[in-house]
Design a protein around this ligand. Structure first.
Ligand code: ZN
Length: 212
């Protein structure tokens, strides 16, 4: 059994999910998308007995990383960010590590694999940890992220979602916002019910996105 620690916390006015990912035995954890309520997240880590070793950034929209500086003031850890969005963190304290799709790191004995999923933003990335996928604003329960903001690209989103649909059906989905009735889902469920994963080809996907 993987000594995985994975805690989901809803924070802020936009129903963001922050996650703590760590190793139960090593008592080390990383914060996914530190935002809004960093004190509460650090408190939860402390109460669990975990040392926070840094952060994983799904993408650099304000609502996902507005707590990063506060986190770094208190932990001085490593920040893992996709190379296409690392510019955003220029000048920030802490050890910024640029990653790309296919890279893997470990927190304790727990391995985290990076999947590059552009579409919502150019450097959006998801984290696969054992059978768990933290999907940021790429894949939501019954929906997907917007592609009409700066840097968004619907065609890239289609290809990113196709990549996620190839994951094992039992993979548990942990999205970046609490937009659905349930806080988690599975890739299998999403393939069955999520209209954005059910489109058979790019043309249908783009039509569906446009609302016809
Ligand atoms: Zn976003």
């Amino acid at each position: 059994m993987l000594p995985l620690y994975l805690k989901q916390m809803e924070v802020g006015p936009m129903q963001n999910f922050v996650y703590l990912v760590g190793d139960q035995n090593a008592q080390e954890a990383l914060v996914v998308d530190p935002a809004w309520e960093v004190e509460a997240v650090l408190k939860a880590a402390r109460e669990g007995g975990f040392r926070v070793k840094g952060a994983l950034i799904t993408h650099t929209h304000f609502d996902h990383c507005n707590g990063l500086e506060a986190l770094l003031r208190q932990t001085d850890g490593t920040v893992y960010i996709h190379k296409d969005e690392a510019e955003f963190l220029k000048g920030m304290k802490g050890n910024i590590r640029k990653v790309e799709g296919g890279d893997k790191i470990k927190v304790g004995q727990v391995e985290i694999a990076f999947i590059h999923t552009p579409g919502h933003t150019p450097g959006s990335q998801c984290f696969l940890i054992g059978n768990n996928l933290i999907s940021g604003d790429t894949l939501f329960i019954n929906a997907c992220g917007r592609c009409d903001l700066p840097g968004g690209d619907a065609e890239e989103m289609y290809h990113s979602l196709s990549r996620l649909a190839d994951l094992d059906e039992h993979t548990i989905l942990y999205p970046g916002h609490n937009y659905a009735d349930e806080p988690t889902s599975t890739i299998g469920n999403e393939k069955q019910f999520n209209p954005y994963l059910r489109t058979a080809n790019l043309e249908d996907f783009l039509k569906y996105r446009m609302g016809y």
